[in-house]
Design a protein. Structure first.
Length: 412
């Protein structure tokens, strides 16, 4: 199978995802993605007419993010009408899955140039706007496979794995501290571009605005649990609480300790990202210098109530496909949907914490659902180059019990 070479990766800054509170809330999500598309080609010199397809992740595909936002972003970017695009939803893994689908097109030989990426404006199209809930309202499915909100799943994992409130808070503090260093040292500058007002051309945001560098352990410890009241909500077919339904599936846990808070869970933000991929044949013909290649890709499923444990098996599958071991990966990006996710993944795979999320993660920077995976790939690539390292593995947990993983390797 042919290589899928990464020519470049770009992203917007992450803006606070509350209408009227963040710098990106007045920018239509199509425009956010359109700006990412324009920048990734402008930096490489690849003409838009050579792009065979665009694949973009987006979770809440309704309203302004409906109507195939990927195609409308292509049009908003003023690319030729002949450039096609499609939008995918694999929940939190959508952005990385979009990159993987674009890579598959190149690796199969069906395409020479493709763009993968994603977008989510959580201020303009809030999470849950599609009205599907956890299972789309299918009562017959619910009778067999009951799913609980992700926050309860995260607390269930922590309770089952014996991960304490102190551990998740300590991890959250590290995320904030590492992100602060990364911002101070301009480590994100390679991929980052300023978002402009499409009407005036004036820059509205040039750096991530969600991090809270002054965070302390004491401040984190003072925050109330975010999902305790939700867990006590009667939602089962016989009036059972959500906590009780989770414990019915995992009775060995005994009780759910609600350890996740607003401070150790991912932030709600707006943003977009794009990754440009091309075949070796196209690269040679046009004198391009690729930055990396896709070494392997994988998805994996997990039990849908506990839901967030699949990054480990997805990573194992990707490593097996690449003929690699955990120790062969120089840097890991494990999405911080909740602090317990990277903690559980590191424990399961025996990963050195010093190699994981070295510039912070979604707890500090935010998690623009459909864009995050593509953003993490670009962050990992930038850091590989900065440290002169070779390989990175990017993985995300996914609602409904799935995980996605991608291994990239630098071209030197």
């Amino acid at each position: 199978m042919a290589d899928a070479l990464i020519i470049d990766a770009v992203r917007t800054p992450r803006g606070r995802g509350k209408r009227g509170k963040g710098a990106l809330t007045e920018i239509h999500p199509q425009e956010l993605l359109a700006q990412a598309l324009r920048h990734v080609l402008e930096r490489s010199g690849v003409p838009a007419s050579d792009v065979d397809d665009v694949v973009a992740g987006c979770v809440s595909q309704v309203g302004e993010q409906g109507a195939n936002i990927a195609r409308n972003a292509v049009l908003a970017a003023d690319w030729p009408d002949g450039v096609t695009a499609t939008t995918v939803n694999r929940f939190c893994g959508s952005g990385l899955q979009a990159v993987n689908f674009a890579a598959m097109g190149v690796m199969s030989g069906a395409q020479q140039v493709a763009v993968g990426g994603g977008v989510e404006s959580m201020s303009r199209v809030p999470i849950g706007s599609d009205g599907g809930g956890t299972d789309g309202g299918n009562v017959h499915l619910r009778e067999r496979v009951f799913q609980v909100p992700q926050g309860i799943s995260a607390d269930l994992i922590a309770s089952r794995e014996g991960i304490s409130r102190e551990e998740v808070d300590a991890f959250a503090l590290t995320s904030q501290q590492r992100a602060a260093v990364a911002q101070r040292e301009c480590r994100f500058s390679t991929s980052l571009f300023p978002v402009v007002d499409p009407a005036t051309g004036t820059a509205v945001l040039s750096e991530d605005e969600f991090p809270r560098p002054s965070t302390t352990l004491a401040a984190l410890a003072a925050l109330p649990p975010s999902f305790a009241e939700l867990g006590a909500l009667a939602a089962g077919p016989r009036g059972e609480t959500l906590d009780a339904l989770a414990l019915a599936r995992y009775p060995e846990v005994g009780a759910i300790r609600h350890v996740h808070t607003a401070g150790n869970s991912s932030g709600i933000v707006d943003g977009a990202a794009a990754v440009l991929l091309a075949s070796a044949q196209y690269v040679r013909a046009h004198g391009l210098r690729p930055r990396a290649r896709i070494r392997a890709m994988a998805t994996a499923g997990a039990e849908p109530l506990i839901m967030l444990t699949a990054p480990a098996p997805a990573s194992r599958k990707a490593l097996a496909a690449a003929g690699m071991a955990v120790g062969d990966i120089d840097l890991w990006e494990i999405n911080e949907a909740f602090a317990v996710v990277p903690l559980q993944t590191m424990r399961t795979l025996d990963i050195d914490p010093a190699r994981v999320n070295v510039n912070g993660g979604a707890i500090a920077l935010g998690h623009p659902l459909g864009a995050t995976g593509a953003m993490l790939l670009g962050t990992a690539l930038d850091e590989l180059e900065r440290r002169d390292l070779g390989t990175a593995l990017i993985t995300l947990c996914i609602g409904g019990g799935q995980g996605v993983a991608t291994i990239i390797e630098r071209e030197r």
